[in-house]
Ligand binder design. Structure first.
Ligand code: KIV
Length: 276
C-alpha cells in the first residue's frame, strides 16, 4: 500500500498567522501564495519558500475538469482543505468560500467558514464585496480571518461575460477602489486582486494598509499568487498572459510514464530487486 511519508520540515520562516501578512507589508517583503488541492502537492509545497497555500475553488476546473468554479460546495472545499492540511500541517492555509456561500446571510456563511477552519484552514477567502460586507464583518468579528478578492471574480463569470481583464474604465476603477477600501474597513487581512490594470492595482496597494496579492494585476502588488499547475506547466494549452511557466511539468510526466510503459513492455520492470 502507498502512503504519504511524514510531512517535511517547514520552509524557512513560514507565515504562522495573519500577523505575518501585516509584517510583510510593513517591511516590503513580497508574499508568495500558491494553490494546493491535495495532500501530495501540499506536502511538496510545504518544503518550498511559499508563504501560504490557497485551497482555491479553481480546484473545480484544474482537478475536476469543470468549465468554471460554480460546482464547488462547502463539502467539496472542506474535503480539499482537509487533504491540504494533512500534507502541510505547519503551513498557513487559506480556503475559498464557494459559490454563493457568502450570499445566504451571516449564519450560513459562518457555518461554511467554520467547516473550512475545522478542516484545517487558517483563513477563508471571499470573492466580491457589494451585498455581503455584513457577512465579512460578521466572520471577522467571530474570529475568522478573511481574505478579500476583487477584480476578476470567477464565481461571477456569467455576469462578467467570461474571464476578462476587469476595471478598465474610470468608473469601474473607482468602483474597485471603493470596494477595496470597504473590505479593508470590514476587516479583511489581505486582498487578492485578479486581472486588473497594473496601475490600478499599484494604486490600491499603496492606498491600503493591508497587503494585496496579485494574479494578472502587475508587479505593484504586495505579493503574487498562481495556480500550481499553471506555474509548473501541468496544464498544457492553458497559457494566459499573466502566467509564467517555471517548469515543463507535462513533459516531465509524459517522459516518466513513457519510460515506465517501455520498461513494462520490454519486460525489464519489475526486476528481481523489485519483486518478492
Ligand atoms: O481559486 C483560485 O485559485 C483563486 C486564485 C486564482 C486567486 O481564487
Amino acid at each position: 500500500m502507498t502512503r504519504l511519508a511524514d510531512p517535511p520540515a517547514p520552509a524557512a520562516r513560514p507565515l504562522d498567522s495573519i500577523h505575518g501578512f501585516a509584517a510583510a507589508k510593513a517591511t516590503g517583503r513580497k508574499l508568495v501564495m500558491v494553490t494546493a488541492y491535495d495532500a501530495w502537492s501540499a506536502r511538496l509545497l510545504a518544503a518550498t519558500p511559499v508563504d501560504c497555500l490557497l485551497v482555491g475553488d479553481s480546484a473545480m476546473m484544474v482537478v475536476h475538469g469543470e468549465a468554471d468554479t460554480l460546482g464547488a460546495t462547502p463539502d467539496i472545499m472542506a474535503l480539499h482543505t482537509r487533504a491540504v492540511a494533512r500534507g502541510a500541517p505547519r503551513t498557513f492555509i487559506v480556503a475559498d468560500m464557494p459559490f454563493l456561500s457568502a450570499r445566504r446571510g451571516p449564519g450560513a456563511a459562518l457555518d461554511c467558514a467554520a467547516g473550512l477552519l475545522r478542516a484545517g484552514a487558517h483563513a477563508v477567502k471571499i470573492e466580491g464585496a457589494r451585498g455581503h460586507l455584513d457577512v465579512v464583518r460578521h466572520l471577522v468579528e467571530s474570529g475568522i480571518p478573511v481574505m478579500g478578492h476583487l477584480g476578476l471574480t470567477p464565481q461571477r463569470v456569467h455576469v462578467l461575460g467570461g474571464y476578462k481583464v476587469q476595471a478598465r474604465s474610470a468608473a469601474d476603477g473607482d468602483r474597485l477602489r471603493e470596494d477595496a477600501a470597504a473590505l479593508a474597513a470590514a476587516g479583511v487581512f489581505a486582498l487578492v486582486l485578479e486581472c486588473i490594470p497594473r496601475e490600478l492595482a499599484a494604486e490600491v496597494t499603496a492606498a491600503l494598509a493591508i497587503p494585496t496579492i496579485g494574479i494578472g494585476a502587475g508587479p505593484g502588488c504586495d505579493g503574487q499568487v498562481l495556480v500550481l499547475h499553471d506555474l509548473l506547466g501541468l496544464n498544457p494549452g492553458f497559457r494566459p498572459r499573466f502566467v509564467r511557466q517555471w517548469a515543463d511539468g507535462a513533459a516531465l510526466v509524459g517522459r516518466g510514464v513513457a519510460r515506465f510503459a517501455a520498461a513494462v513492455r520490454r519486460g525489464t520492470f519489475p526486476a528481481d530487486k523489485e519483486s518478492f
